[in-house]
Each structure stands twice: as structure tokens, then as C-alpha cells.
Design a binder for this molecule. Sequence first.
Ligand SMILES: NC(=O)c1ccc[n+]([C@@H]2O[C@H](COP(=O)([O-])OP(=O)(O)OC[C@H]3O[C@@H](n4cnc5c(N)ncnc54)[C@H](OP(=O)(O)O)[C@@H]3O)[C@@H](O)[C@H]2O)c1
Length: 333
Amino acid sequence: MKAVVFAKYGPPDVVTLTDVPRPEPRRREVLIRIHATTVTTADWRARSLHMPAGFGLLGRLVFGIFGPRKPVLGTELAGVIEAVGPGVTRFKPGDQVFAFTGGRYGCHAEYRTMPEDGLLAKKPPNLALDEAASLSFGATNALSFLRKAGIKPSDQVLILGASGNVGTAAVQLAKHFGAEVTAVCSTPNLDLVRSLGADHVIDYTREDFAQQHNRYDIILDTTGTTTLARCEQSLKQNGRLVAIQGSLSQMLGLQRAPRRTGKKVIAGVATVTPADIDLIAHLAERGTLRPVIDRRYPLEAAAQAHAYVDTGRKRGSVVLSVVPDRDVQAKAA
Ligand SMILES: NC(=O)c1ccc[n+]([C@@H]2O[C@H](COP(=O)([O-])OP(=O)(O)OC[C@H]3O[C@@H](n4cnc5c(N)ncnc54)[C@H](OP(=O)(O)O)[C@@H]3O)[C@@H](O)[C@H]2O)c1
């Protein structure tokens, strides 16, 4: 089968399309014919080893000390079940599904196997396959971090990087949890975040939220531009700064506010369960969660897709179309 592989860390052109053996489904596994996948910031980090401040060595430990341990990137997919292994009961050949492989990667290919009880669900019928492929990376991460922050109805939530992959999902999920959402982005993205349900918007090229007098229960930072010291005055009593792109000092709990304020930093990695994937599918089917697709590229143009993701300016998701179709080709133009 065709797959996009990389053998050394580096710029976008280290990824190339090549032939690799097609996997076979083992017991309680399904084989998925991938129709669409995405290039995310997780792929950018694994490919380039560009890590948040203080994490250089950890990057090599996670992704491979002398070179990439997982040659095929891609953390999410949508496609059609091609075959099932012995003992599979939840899916049958022909089912349309979407899945999240996260740190196991392996989606930039024509086929991938998944355990039937893994992070896998039937595709919401109202979504196209490329939309379903764009559902899980942003939504699983946003869901996990909003839960870690203990989001509850009527919370005031500020989202930095609201137009990105995690940000667009976070705006919609925070609204789903009943919060009042302020989305921070640049001028061209204001209409997008309003269309996702943001109650208020701040254009960071014109205004600094930290200089305003509003107070928030949760400040969710997907951009790595905020420290607790910088936003402490913008947090209410017991407010949380959720540092999704956390620095080492945030991860180690070194950024602290006076104990009596109850303010704290939440950082770390997302945790995702099969129930989260089912919830995401349900919310997408209801129209509560809408994937945002910025650009589409054919699988063979993976290096160009990586180059665009590297800009740090994408809106939502960048799709790789594995099974070309006329619509996909037209939109990529
Ligand atoms: N801890 C974890 O487990 C975890 C999980 C997932 C992701 N992450 C990290 O979270 C970060 C975000 O991921 P992502 O996939 O959502 O990124 P993304 O899709 O690449 O985000 C791009 C968006 O960021 C916005 N942006 C850039 N600088 C900004 C600023 N100064 N203020 C406000 N918005 C800004 C851009 O909007 P404008 O063009 O409008 O500026 C763009 O729309 C990445 O660093 C990723 O590594 C961590």
C-alpha cells in the first residue's frame, strides 16, 4: 500500500510517498481503508522535533533518540472497514468509521488496523469522510483539557488560539458545557470563531485581554503565549490557566499564584477514552460540534500540507485526501 513515511527529523520535505506492506487485522481488530486523514501540530512536532521550551530531550525520548520510531505519521482518519479479524462484533466490512490513533500515529497511509474497542466510532451520517477525519484531534484534546479544568455551566472561558484545531473545537465544546466564551484570534478569523458560537471576540492584534478588566474562570491557552504571571489578574478567584502548549515550568508546577487566590495552572497531556469518541460522534451528528477544514491536499502532496501546518496559521484542520474524489480535488485547487 502507499504510505507517507519519514526516516529522519527535519523540514516538510523529509516526508515522502512510498510503498509499505499492508497490515492484516488480527483478533478483534478491523482493517480500515483510509479515505481521509489530517496533518496536525502533533505531526509537525514529531517530524521536526520542534518542542515547547525545555522539552528538547523529551522529544527525542518520545519520538526516537536516533531517528523517528514511527515512520508513518497521522493521528486521525476516516474511512471504510475493509476487513475484520476474528472475534470482531462491533463493525463489519463496508461500515464508514472515523478513528483517533493519537501518539500511535500511522494514518498517513491507505490502510490501518485498529482494535475494535479502540478510539473508533461509526462516522456521523451527516458528515463527509474528510469532515469526519477532522473531528478527533482537536475535539479529544479540547474535551480532555476542559474537563481537567472542571468546566461548568455559566463559567467565563477565554480561549487563546480559538481559530486553530484545538481552539475551534474548544469554543464549540465550551459552549456545549454551558460556558460564556470569549475567543481570541487575529482579524481574519473573527467571523469564523463567531460562527462557532463564541459570545465575545478579542482581536489580539488590536487588544490585549490581559490589559482589560474582564475576569475568567478558565483561560485556555493553545498558543503558549501566556504565563500565570501575565494573566493572573484576568483570572477570578480559583481560576485556572490551562496551558495546552505548556512550557516545562508550567508542567512542573513552577508557576504559582498565592495560595489564598486558589488560582492554578493545568498542563500535561490529554487523556482520551472510547466514550469520548462516542460523545464526539454524537455531538457532531447533532450539529453541536462542526469540524473546520482549512485546506485539502492529496496524499502525495503531504510535504506541502506539512509546510502549511508549519506556518502555525491554519484554521482548524488540514486534510490529506487518500482516496481522491472530484470534490476533494476541486477544493484543493
Ligand atoms: N498538551 C497536549 O496534549 C496537546 C495536545 C494537542 C495540541 N497541543 C499543542 O497545542 C498547540 C495548538 O495546537 P493546534 O493544533 O490547535 O494548533 P493550530 O491548529 O496550528 O493553531 C493555529 C492557530 O493558532 C492561532 N494563533 C497563533 N498565534 C496566536 C496568538 N498569539 N494568539 C492567538 N492565536 C494565535 C492562529 O490564528 P491566527 O492566524 O489568527 O493568529 C491559528 O489559527 C500546539 O502547540 C500543539 O502542540 C498540545
